[in-house]
Design a protein around this ligand. Structure first.
Ligand code: HSE
Length: 307
């Protein structure tokens, strides 16, 4: 194989109650990346479109991952990489994760699929560290495994792939402002009250159970975040109105996608998803802030080979 083109999905991390430990992949929004085998060893990034990102391999979430994998395996070839960003960095939709996970997955195809999905997740976490300073697994694992994932443990890393109820849809609104993950992590509480811990872990259990049993009411009851959302929502203009209106229109729940500013709403079925899309569009149209709205299925397969 000398050439490969892949689609690496955007992802929603945290899913309200599962801060740093849950995530899911979107179906239509993501990056396209190409990999071309070169005789010259090492990595070259030949084109980046859709966003301004560093061409320097060590500073690029995707480039750094490809380089690490080629070095680790002492590959007798190199890879030329192009990255087309389908959504903006700093959106809260796992932009660096899509690139890092895509890089790990794509490079693995040239290495006879030597690495397991868990190993690819670890490599992609290294890419996340290059991009935002922290080795977080929720976005990259969702992109690599597809569907919903639970990061059951970081040390050692353990990822559980969860089922996707068929009628589940996600509507997301991305206000065109940038929030850096690092900044959104600085506003988080250093400690939480025991009662908040109890609320949070009970809801994670409820959400996981709801996903396994197609219990939309239980999913809805469990989409509550008393840890990150109260601290972060002030960074997102009109968060409360969007959430209130999405719930009024029938969303199962709504919250901050990853570290924001994207706000996501989970819905049961296309009809409710369309209603939610309409009301959140109306809500933001009244503001002076530009925005993009997405309405997507959950991507159960994760990263896909396109060519
Ligand atoms: N779980 C992370 C956070 C996702 O909320 O900070 C962003 O990478």
């Amino acid at each position: 194989m000398n050439y490969l083109k892949i689609f690496s999905p955007a992802t929603v991390a945290n899913v309200s109650c599962g801060f740093d430990s849950m995530g899911f992949a979107l179906d239509t929004i993501g990056d396209e990346m190409t990999f071309t085998k070169t005789q010259k060893k090492g990595v070259t990034i030949t084109q980046i479109s859709g966003a301004k990102l560093p061409y320097n391999v060590q500073e690029n979430a995707a480039g750094a991952v490809v380089q690490k994998m080629l070095q680790e395996t002492k590959a007798p070839f190199g890879i030329a990489l192009t990255i087309h960003k389908g959504f903006t960095p700093g959106s809260g939709l796992g932009s660096s994760a899509a690139s890092a996970a895509g890089a790990a997955f794509g490079t693995n195809q040239f290495l006879q699929k030597k690495y397991t999905n868990l190993e690819l997740t670890k490599l992609a976490m290294f890419g996340e560290k290059v991009a935002c300073g922290t080795e977080i697994a929720d976005n990259v694992a969702a992109a690599i495994f597809g569907g919903f994932v639970l990061v059951r443990s970081y040390h050692p890393l353990e990822i559980i792939k969860l089922p996707v109820p068929k009628k589940l849809r996600v509507v997301a609104i991305h206000p065109q402002i940038e929030i850096k993950t690092q900044d959104a992590r600085e506003v988080l509480p250093k400690n939480i009250a025991l009662k908040d811990g109890i609320t949070q872990w009970a809801n994670v259990g409820g959400l996981v159970s709801g996903l396994y049993t197609d219990n939309y009411q239980l999913i809805s009851n469990s989409l509550v975040d008393v840890v990150a959302e109260p601290a972060r929502k002030a960074l997102i203009p009109f968060f409360d109105s969007v959430k209130k209106n999405a719930l009024k229109a029938g969303a199962l729940g709504a919250g901050i996608s990853g570290s924001g500013p994207t706000i996501f709403a989970l819905c049961e079925g296309d009809e409710i998803a369309s209603k939610v899309q309409k009301v959140i569009t109306e809500t933001y149209s009244k503001t002076k802030i530009d925005f993009r709205v997405f309405n997507s299925k959950i991507n159960a397969a994760g990263i896909k080979i396109i060519e």
